[in-house]
Design a protein around this ligand. Structure first.
Ligand SMILES: N[C@@H](CCC(=O)N[C@@H](CS)C(=O)NCC(=O)O)C(=O)O
Length: 195
């Protein structure tokens, strides 16, 4: 499998972490989004959305969207609960991540860290909704369970940890969310995320 990814992107790292955890072989093709490398004609022929991550499976079929990719890669593994309700709860978190977490927590980080914007100059809506997303995660973990769904890590944890662990780069204070902080440590350990 080929993984087209930019190492600065949490969405891309989700794919790497799942492949590493499951021992799947891959070639990582570094694709610098700041240089427009996901918008070349060759890239667009593979993923017309012009975004990373994208993978090309060993049989030549392409697939995009981080959460779709990790769902495909993890099929049949312990990262997807076998119980139908738990599997749907995992997907509930993953859909929520894409619509209500990543557009705020990841965008704040990108603007501050990679575009040089001051935290004080972030759009208030991004900050408010980012904080609301972190609080939603805090509330979801407040019962003391180790992971988002059940007692073991699932794709929900992979999807949510990607940008939550980088939230301070966008000006959010993880100390305000102690259950989230502890959960990040557990997920990093489970996935053997180094840095
Ligand atoms: N929902 C998509 C988001 C993909 C996305 O926004 N990718 C960004 C990097 S994180 C990108 O490729 N940006 C470059 C561009 O749009 O030109 C996913 O989860 O894969």
């Amino acid at each position: 499998m080929k993984i087209y990814g930019d190492s600065i992107s949490g969405n891309c790292l989700k794919v790497k972490w799942v492949a590493d955890r499951l021992g799947l072989g891959y070639d990582w093709i570094e694709t610098d989004i700041t240089k427009g490398e996901s918008r070349t004609p060759a890239f667009l022929a593979m993923n017309p959305a012009g975004q990373v991550p994208a993978v090309v499976l060993d049989d030549g079929r392409p697939l995009a969207q981080s959460n779709a990719i990790i769902l495909h890669l993890a099929q049949g593994s312990d990262l997807i609960p076998s119980d139908a309700y738990d599997r749907a709860k995992m997907l509930e978190w993953m859909f929520w991540e894409q619509y209500s977490h990543e557009p705020y927590v990841a965008v704040a980080r990108f603007q501050v860290r990679y575009q040089g914007r001051a935290v004080a100059d972030l759009e208030p809506r991004i900050v408010e909704r980012g904080k609301a997303a972190l609080q939603r995660l805090e509330d979801g973990l407040a019962g003391g369970q180790p992971f988002l769904v059940g007692g073991a890590p699932t794709l929900a944890d992979v999807a949510l940890v990607a940008y939550t662990r980088e939230a301070e780069d966008g000006g959010f204070r993880l100390a305000d969310y102690p259950a989230v902080q502890a959960w990040i440590g557990r997920v990093e350990q489970a996935l053997k995320i180094a840095d």
